[in-house]
Design a binder for this molecule. Structure first.
Ligand SMILES: Cc1cc2nc3c(=O)[nH]c(=O)nc-3n(C[C@H](O)[C@H](O)[C@H](O)COP(=O)(O)OP(=O)(O)OC[C@H]3O[C@@H](n4cnc5c(N)ncnc54)[C@H](O)[C@@H]3O)c2cc1C
Length: 202
């Protein structure tokens, strides 16, 4: 297998395990005779969108107002708010799907200011204690394209075929190739399976 790097260098190996998320892999050309289901899954597998905003808190006000630390709302600009009790204490605003995309389109500081206004309205103990720090969009990261995959409508059968793929020299692994678990455990499970497939061939 020959792998061409962005800097023009080439790597050669008898066996290759590719763990690039399909959202990023679809921007890379693969010159191999891959089954149709695998090609189609690489092209179409959807990745969950998530954008975060980080707000600096002058005090951990969520510890003293008698309310639960985490805030779950139906407000499109706030979504879920998690308290991070580090030094300094922070709030992490977590938005998914179309709400994350809407946040991505906003000017960050303006979005942060509006979030603070809304949090102060629903949680008065936050009044005057929050300051906007940063926004992070997983779907804007070219090496991620989202936080993790989900099974898109009509894609179950091709994904089921894809996770059973046994390559000759090119193997795929990562959370998107898991059969049993999701997330990190899925990444480990599929990585172990790919490593065993490689060992069988050596
Ligand atoms: C915010 C967040 C919270 C999560 N929470 C949990 C949780 O609580 N529990 C859980 O089990 N899982 C959680 N997950 C999911 C878990 O982190 C992932 O499923 C797991 O890390 C996937 O591992 P992976 O090896 O498949 O992919 P990644 O860890 O994404 O590794 C893929 C690697 O490929 C690299 N890459 C991509 N494109 C290229 C390229 N062109 N060239 C070279 N390298 C490239 C990337 O930089 C990356 O390092 C969370 C994920 C996120 C984003």
């Amino acid at each position: 297998v020959e792998v061409m790097l962005a800097n023009g260098k080439r790597l050669r190996a008898k066996q290759v395990v590719c763990t690039i998320p399909f959202s990023a892999l679809r921007g890379i050309s693969i010159d191999a005779n891959l089954p149709e289901a695998l090609r189609s899954t690489i092209e179409r597998l959807p990745y969950t969108k998530a954008s975060f905003a980080f707000l600096h808190a002058s005090t951990s006000f969520w510890k003293g107002d008698g309310l639960p630390e985490t805030i779950w709302t139906d407000d499109p600009l706030i979504g879920r708010v998690f308290a991070l009790d580090g030094d300094p204490p922070l709030l992490k605003v977590w938005l998914n799907g179309p709400r994350a995309e809407a946040l991505d389109r906003m000017e960050p500081a303006t979005a942060g200011k509006e979030m603070i206004r809304r949090i102060e309205r629903i949680r008065p103990s936050a009044q005057g204690k929050l300051e906007y720090l940063d926004i992070f969009s997983w779907q804007k990261q070219p090496f991620a394209g989202g936080i993790y995959h989900h099974i898109g409508t009509g894609l179950g059968a091709s994904l089921a075929a894809t996770v059973q793929h046994r390559g000759r020299r090119l193997h795929f692994a990562g959370e998107h190739m898991a059969r049993l678990a999701s997330g990190m455990e899925g990444a480990l499970e599929s990585g172990e399976r790919a490593a065993l497939m490689v060992l069988e061939k050596l």
